[in-house]
Each structure stands twice: as structure tokens, then as C-alpha cells.
Design a protein around this ligand. Structure first.
Ligand code: MLT
Length: 418
């Protein structure tokens, strides 16, 4: 009989966001009169229309497909040159980062890229992740066989966990033990914390000294407003030799449904083969794309390029400003209730303490049943997430203002629990 991938059997729970959706659906089914009141601030899914430049570009590109002269078939698997140039110029060279066009690999999003990258990394790497963490980094490594079994109290054997707590301002300390690969995310999902230049420099120096790889997730860089915070790890000397970077158009361009992102793999980055030979990662990643993908569709690539025009820049800035203002409204509401608020600046996520005496799933239940508001319980991101909830600012202004009012049930819960 054929064999399945046993590693999947190690996964301790379903993926976080479908699990939340299942609970919300069950509640809505049991309370049909309250179901229309439900406001979703759980998964970070955008609500606002795409920037006009992207819509216009997609319309034009669709017309191209209706014309024999302007027709486009298979795209280059790693992206059209004009798109890669726009990205390398707009996101890197304009910030003084030396990134070549052919180091940009366009894809359908950073989540698939974070998973696919494991195909070109060897078995047996020791992997370090933060706690709390975007669950994709942990789960994909479980699926790839880079961990042992699930632990009784949460987490997996074999993964190195780097606690991010109030005490360290949600900035992970360097690992005390060896790690071959470390996932860093800034601005962070879920905590909203940012890694400053000094912290990123420490990580790059650490990775360079050990021959380790940093998988840097910058999916939320467009929300950085503090000029001193790096948008890319390539703003740090040495990063070209030790880091790859994931980027996404989901939040900057509202592309969660359109699907586009990219990964930067510098040509100067190399790892070790099992015989000890040094092997560059870039050709492996290129080979992976050439074999496993037919790239991103013409209309979507045209929309991506449009985001880098002057008009596109202004429109994406307005979109991210809008969500940041939502975050500020939600953060003020939480603070007014006496909760300890983190994130929310340089980030679309509000990471706030639970009411005293309530766990994060209890807070989730309370908000769902008493206020019909969906948030994400911190425990879903790891053990150190317990005691916190994440509120997503991706919503309409009307919904955010409504949620800000309904959060008052948390104030009542806090008083009751004292
Ligand atoms: C989140 O809510 O954490 C993200 O939107 C989920 C994702 O990007 O996969």
C-alpha cells in the first residue's frame, strides 16, 4: 500500500485560522439571530478595494488577453523582467540595498514561499522560531520532518523556541543553543513588534558567525512609519550572505484574494551539501521554480508593477495609513479598558493583554458570545501567546468603530474577575 507523509500525523491541531472559522460558524449556526452582528477581526484579511492603479492595470491586461497581438501565454516562472526590475528598484535599490533583478522571485504569496523554501533546504537542520509565532513556520517544518513529536504542553520536540514576552519587548534573544535556520518576522505577526537596526545587526552577525540562515518575513514592512526601523534585512551589512526575505502584496496592495508575493534569494548566499561542499541557494531556488511553477498570471503581474508607479505608491500609502488608523482606534479602546496594548504602530495588529484572570481562548469565547467580535487568541500562536489576544485592524472604519465600542465587554470581564 502507498505511504503517506507520517510527519503530518505529528501536527497537534488544525491550522489556526480555519479552526477559528469553524468555531465562529458553529456559533453563528447556533445563534442565527446574532450571526449578522458578527464582526471578524481574526484573520488578517483585507476589506478595502484594491488601489485603482492595480484595478486599471488588471483591466488593461485582461484586454491584452483578448487580443492576438498582445496575448500572453506562460509567464516566466520567476516573474517578467519589468516586474522584477520594478520590485528591485522600488523596494531595495531605492533604500540603498544592493539587490539584483534576478534575485527577485515572484510568486503567489509569502505563505506558499515559506513552505516551498524547505524543498531546497536539507533534512536535519535545527530550526529556531519565536514564541509566539506565525504558525506557518512551525507547521511547515513539522510537515517537512524537521521536528519531533508534539509536546504535551504545546510546541514540538526538536524546534528551538525563542520566547517573546513583555520582558524582552517581544524581541527574541539570540538562541542559547545551535540553530541552522531562524525565522524572523518584522513587523511581527502576531505581536506587531518591530526589530530595530541594532537587533537585526545582532541577528545577521550571529548567523554569519555560524553559517546559519535567516528566513526574514517582511510581509508587513509597508506599515513601518518609524524612519529608524529597517524595512528589509538587506539594509544590514552581511545579510546578503545569510538571509532570504519573504514579501507579500496581500496587505500593501490588498491582494489577499488576488495572490502575489515574492522571495529574495541573493546570489551570494550559500549553504552546505551533505558532502560538505558549499552550494549557492539561488540556482536551487531557480531550478525549483522552473520545475514546479508556471508563475503568476499576466493580469496579476501587471497589477504588481502598477503598485510601484508614483500613483501606485500614493495609493498603497493611503491604504496602509487607513488600516493603521484602524489599529490606533482599536488600541485606544483597549487602553481605555486598562488592558496593556502592544503593536498597533508600524503594524496592523493590536496585541493586547487579556482581562485579568481570563485565558486567551476564554477571551475569544467572551468576545464572540457577548459582543459577536472575532479576534485571534494568543495561545494559537504559541505558549508565550497565552494571556494575549490579537485584534486585526483589517476592516472597514464603521466595523472598527463598532468593535471599539463592543470591546467594553472586556472591561466588565476584568472587573468581574477581580
Ligand atoms: C494572519 O492573519 O496572520 C494572516 O493574514 C494569515 C496569513 O497571511 O496566512
Amino acid at each position: 500500500m502507498f505511504r503517506v507523509n507520517d510527519n503530518f500525523l505529528k501536527l497537534s491541531a488544525g491550522y489556526l485560522f480555519p479552526e477559528i472559522a469553524r468555531r465562529v460558524q458553529a456559533y453563528a449556526g447556533a445563534h442565527p439571530n446574532l450571526a449578522p452582528r458578527i464582526v471578524r477581526c481574526g484573520i488578517g484579511d483585507v476589506t478595502e478595494p484594491l488601489p485603482k492603479v492595480a484595478i486599471d492595470a488588471m483591466h488593461r491586461a485582461t484586454d491584452d488577453l483578448a487580443s492576438r497581438d498582445r496575448f500572453h501565454g506562460y509567464p516566466p516562472p520567476t516573474g517578467y523582467d519589468f516586474v522584477r526590475t520594478a520590485i528591485a528598484d522600488g523596494d531595495f535599490r531605492s533604500r540603498g540595498c544592493s539587490i539584483d533583478d534576478d534575485e527577485i522571485f515572484l510568486s503567489d504569496g509569502s505563505k506558499p514561499d515559506a513552505s516551498a523554501i524547505l524543498e531546497i533546504l536539507g533534512n536535519g537542520n535545527t530550526v529556531a522560531i519565536t514564541d509566539p509565532v506565525y504558525p506557518v513556520y512551525a507547521d511547515t517544518n513539522v510537515m517537512a520532518g524537521n521536528t519531533g513529536a508534539a509536546k504535551a504542553g504545546g510546541g514540538y520536540e526538536g524546534l528551538v523556541y525563542l520566547p517573546c514576552t513583555v520582558a524582552n519587548d517581544f524581541s527574541p534573544a539570540l538562541p542559547a543553543t545551535h540553530a541552522d535556520i531562524i525565522y524572523l518576522c518584522s513587523p511581527n505577526n502576531p505581536t506587531g513588534a518591530v526589530l530595530d537596526r541594532a537587533a537585526l545587526t545582532r541577528w545577521v552577525d550571529w548567523a554569519m558567525a555560524r553559517g546559519s540562515l535567516i528566513a526574514f518575513d517582511a510581509a508587513y514592512e509597508a506599515f513601518v512609519r518609524d524612519e529608524s526601523i529597517p524595512h528589509s534585512i538587506y539594509e544590514i551589512d552581511g545579510a546578503r550572505e545569510c538571509a532570504i526575505e519573504f514579501r507579500s502584496f496581500s496587505k500593501i496592495g490588498g491582494f489577499t484574494g488576488v495572490r502575489a508575493g515574492y522571495t529574495v534569494v541573493p546570489k551570494s548566499l550559500s549553504g552546505s551539501a551533505s558532502d560538505g561542499a558549499r552550494v549557492a541557494l539561488h540556482p536551487l531556488w531557480h531550478r525549483r521554480w522552473a520545475t514546479c511553477s508556471n508563475g503568476v498570471s499576466w493580469p496579476v503581474q501587471c497589477a504588481v508593477a502598477a503598485l510601484y508607479s508614483a500613483e501606485g505608491r500614493a495609493q498603497t500609502r493611503a491604504l496602509t495609513d487607513f488600516y493603521l488608523e484602524n489599529a490606533a482606534i482599536l488600541a485606544r479602546a483597549c487602553s481605555a479598558l486598562g488592558l496593556h496594548v502592544h503593536g498597533a504602530t508600524n503594524s496592523p495588529y493590536v496585541w493586547t493583554s487579556c482581562p485579568q484572570g481570563l485565558g486567551s481562548w476564554e477571551t475569544f469565547d467572551l468576545l464572540l458570545t457577548e459582543a459577536q467580535v472575532v479576534i485571534t487568541p494568543g495561545a494559537g500562536f504559541g505558549r508565550c501567546g497565552e494571556g494575549f489576544i490579537r485584534i486585526s485592524a483589517f476592516n472597514s472604519r464603521a466595523n472598527v468603530e463598532e468593535v471599539a465600542k463592543r470591546l467594553s465587554v472586556l472591561g466588565a470581564a476584568r472587573v468581574v474577575s477581580r
